[in-house]
Design a binder for this molecule. Structure first.
Ligand code: AMP
Length: 429
């Protein structure tokens, strides 16, 4: 379906045109008309699917047709980055319609707070906010939400994981009872169903195979001892000169360690973690987006929602504990149908975490042999019944390359008994 076929105000269509969107994505086809009809929605869709525009376009259309008095729509998001990104999309998509919007998030200085206060006191068509900061403003008494008609909870599963349940309910207690509610989540655990049951009224449930990564993403895995990971990273990066590469690690400390190691080895690298100031984060993301620097090392902070175009390679330097986070991380590549590659390093301590990921994916991922100068690797196996990790594994992945020009380590092999087994997918709840 094309946007041209939709009944939307011409000014909204002009905004869509300015983004060069012509065809609706799957989630947009499923969700957009249902929101336009005024229904509550519970939508599950994978990251990079175009879900932001799926709710922004119909909400903006409905705001445009409203009385435009005061704040009409509230979008709650887990992080400042997503908040700012959504606000940018509203500014673009709503430009010709004259839709006003404001991003309300923490982490800025007193000036930032005062600016938000002034703008909130005057009202805007759409407010995009992180929960904590919005509650601070509401508590001070100048936010008039009496005319609000639309509530969107974006990345709701992430918000619950971050402990925002009470804050969300607090915000909702300040909203008019009569409103349209839209709940977007990448996963559908029991906690999301419970939240949906509390907030939504006769919702349409739209579940687009949420846990599967996009088909365009090629996934590869290296079994590698923890102590060898840095060296493996340095070796592999040589195979991808000039590519845009996002390296995910689990902790802030590792962000520092890995980026320092790469720089010490002459590899230009930027890094980002949650202790950076907002300005530092913005600058770093901007440098990466614009191609000033091609390699970015980050924590999970960047795994969700952040729209960085044209990432060619995702490296999971550490395996995330939560299987869903793997899907979010690798969703940073192959955006909007482009090709992408995701490489993961599994150490002797992370086998069980990767078991969970393969279970969620419903299949095993090819384990690659290590490059020439690595002679040992831990053994991958499916650990059942809470089995213990083995500190030292067999040298199953002894390198088979004959010469440095032989790139056979890039070809998939499938030798270990554990990964050859196709695991049945368990419902993630
Ligand atoms: P999202 O899932 O909202 O993070 O969107 C992922 C990417 O898809 C963003 O770069 C959007 O600009 C892009 N996008 C959204 N809708 C469309 C569309 N209909 N056609 C092409 N690209 C789109």
């Amino acid at each position: 379906m094309t946007f041209e076929e939709l009944v939307l105000d011409q000014s909204i269509k002009d905004g869509i045109d300015s983004f060069n969107y012509t065809e609706l994505t799957k989630i947009q086809e499923a969700v957009l008309p249902v929101i336009l009809e005024g229904n509550d929605v519970l939508a599950c869709s994978q990251t990079g699917s175009g879900k932001t525009a799926a709710f922004l376009i119909p909400v903006m259309e409905r705001v445009l047709k409203s009385d435009r008095r005061g704040i009409k729509a509230l979008i709650i998001t887990p992080t400042r980055e997503i908040c700012m990104q959504i606000e940018e999309q509203i500014a673009g998509l709503g430009y010709f319609a004259g839709i006003s919007s404001l991003a309300v998030y923490g982490g800025n200085d007193q000036d930032g707070f005062s600016r938000q206060k002034a703008a909130l006191s005057n009202g805007a068509d759409i407010i995009v906010a992180t929960p904590g900061r919005l509650i601070s403003h509401i508590g001070l008494g100048y936010v008039n939400l009496a005319g609000l008609e639309f509530l969107v909870l974006d990345e709701a599963d992430e918000m619950l994981d971050m402990g925002f349940y009470a804050d969300i309910m607090n915000i909702i207690s300040n909203l008019p009872v009569q409103r349209q509610n839209l709940l977007f989540s990448a996963t559908m655990p029991g906690s999301i169903r419970k939240l949906a049951a509390e907030i939504l009224v006769s919702p349409r449930i739209i579940d687009l195979n949420f846990s599967k990564p996009a088909e365009e993403i090629e996934q590869k895995v290296y079994m590698v001892y923890d102590a060898d990971k840095q060296r493996l990273l340095k070796t592999l990066l040589k195979d991808y000169p000039g590519q845009k590469i996002l390296i995910f690690v689990s902790t802030k400390i590792n962000v520092g360690k890995i980026s320092t190691y790469l720089r010490a080895n002459g590899i230009k690298t930027a890094s980002i973690n949650s202790s950076f100031t907002q300005q530092e984060r913005n600058d770093t993301v901007q440098q990466f987006k614009s191609g000033q620097v091609n390699i970015l090392v980050a924590t999970n902070l960047l795994s969700r929602g952040i729209d960085i175009d044209d990432v060619n390679l995702i490296v999971n330097y550490d395996i995330p504990d939560k299987a869903e986070d793997y899907v979010h991380r690798i969703g940073r590549t192959a955006r909007a149908g482009k090709l992408g590659l995701a490489i993961s390093f599994i150490s002797e301590y992370e086998i069980m975490s990767f078991n969970r990921i393969e279970k969620l994916l419903g299949r095993s991922i090819d384990k690659m042999p290590l490059p020439a100068d690595f002679d040992k690797a831990p053994e991958y196996k499916v650990i059942t019944g809470g089995g213990k990790f083995r500190k030292k594994g067999n040298a199953k992945y002894r390198n088979k390359r004959k010469s440095p020009s032989d790139k056979s380590h890039n070809k998939p092999v499938h030798k270990e008994p554990g990964s050859a087994k196709i695991l049945t997918r368990k419902k993630s709840d």
